[in-house]
Design a protein around this ligand. Structure first.
Ligand SMILES: [Zn+2]
Length: 383
């Protein structure tokens, strides 16, 4: 299994210059070959292969000496990335885009060849860069396959190590399952009636974010103060992203350790309808990240994440008797009583229970395997 470990790195002045050159050269190679591939395709209706590009890269290096200054493996990696981007395009994904110099995020990737990447005592050795100071807050596991070096728009550098590992122990199998609904007022609500709020610090940072945005818009574009305000705004964004990631990381770890199966909605459409404010749009981003974290941790630890269809009316159905109450479509209704069985419901908890029920059916688990769950089924839909 491949696992990524990300660390902050602190290059010195000379190293930063080299890293910036590496970003630039890799961007140049990417754009140069993207253009080349486009031109050739127009002329010959044939896609240029990786090997052809690699050969051309060797010629290119004799014309552009500065390309020789940087890690040559990273340039080959860029060609491979471009090749894959084209293959993905033919599979129906978007067409590869040119990389802009004016983008504020930069990165390049290099592969492990003959121990050219090493980690020891809070330092990492990167090809052509040398030993760079690194904040080794947790140890990586397994064999390093490749390293991606990046620089964010606040000028912070990171390295992400992709490692091949088999020593992640599976957790002991449980007979518990959980349904999770996106809360309207909270981050999420579970079928165990747990209401998980958005962390308080986010509120604090939203205010800072708004302030930084206002400051930036009051500055003259291109001026020194504009530049300062842009960095300030980017720093708030970065802070929010880091805190949010920490919150999601801890929450997903806990839920995965407590449950064998976790059921979620495939949320795209629904969340867009629900959310309009800034804080909500940030929690949207969180939700997708949260799902990713749950999915990869489930894979590591031998758990199951079951994603249910977006169009399933989870909030309108009574989780006790299956009665469909269309009135609950109104988002202002927080609690309701089932007209059929008179059960009193908290909107989101009821929804989470329904999500759990359907998720269990979809995950091909016999409901009895998980705490004797019963499934209502009438006609083609559940209930
Ligand atoms: Zn009912």
């Amino acid at each position: 299994m491949q696992v990524a470990f990300k660390y902050r790195i602190y290059p010195n002045k000379v190293q930063s210059i080299m890293l910036n050159k590496s970003f630039g050269c890799n961007r140049f190679i990417f754009n140069y070959f993207l253009n080349h591939k486009n031109e050739q395709y127009k002329k010959t209706k044939r896609s240029v292969s990786y090997n052809e590009c690699a050969k051309l890269l060797t010629d290119l290096k004799s014309n552009f000496q500065w390309l020789k200054e940087i890690d040559s493996i990273s340039l080959q990696q860029t060609l491979r990335d471009l090749d894959r981007a084209f293959k993905n395009f033919f599979k129906g994904y978007g067409f590869p885009k040119f990389k802009s110099k004016h983008n504020h995020f930069h990165s390049y990737r290099t592969q492990m060849v003959n121990d050219n990447i090493q980690v020891e005592n809070n330092k990492i050795k990167l090809p052509k860069i040398g030993w760079v100071k690194l904040k080794y807050h947790r140890s990586h596991k397994g064999k390093i396959l490749n390293a991606t070096v990046s620089k964010t728009n606040t000028g912070t550098y990171y390295v992400s190590l992709c490692c091949e590992t088999s020593d992640i122990e599976k957790l002991q199998t449980l007979n518990t399952a959980l349904g999770i609904d996106v809360g309207i007022k909270s981050f999420c609500v579970t079928s165990n009636s747990e209401i998980i709020d958005n962390p308080k610090f986010l509120e604090k940072y939203y205010k800072k974010l708004l302030k930084a945005q206002r400051e930036l818009s009051s500055k003259t574009k291109g001026s020194k103060n504009f530049y300062k305000a842009r960095i300030k705004l980017a720093k708030v964004h970065e802070k929010i992203a880091n805190c949010r990631f920490d919150f999601l990381h801890k929450l997903s770890s806990r839920l995965i350790s407590e449950n064998q199966v976790i059921c979620l909605e495939n949320l795209k459409v629904k969340s867009m309808l629900k959310n309009s404010t800034l804080s909500k749009s940030i929690s949207d981003v969180s939700w997708f990240k949260f799902r990713q974290l749950l999915e990869y941790k489930a894979k590591w630890y031998g758990r199951i994440v079951s994603i249910i269809d977006t169009y399933y009316p989870s909030s309108q159905l009574c989780s006790n008797c299956g009665f469909k109450n269309e009135e609950v479509k109104n988002l202002n209704i927080r609690t309701w009583e089932c007209p059929n069985c008179k059960t009193k419901h908290h909107r989101d908890i009821n929804s989470a229970i329904n999500i759990k029920r359907v998720g269990l059916v979809q995950s091909d688990l016999k409901p009895v395997e998980i705490v004797g769950y019963e499934v209502f089924e009438t006609g083609s839909s559940y209930f």
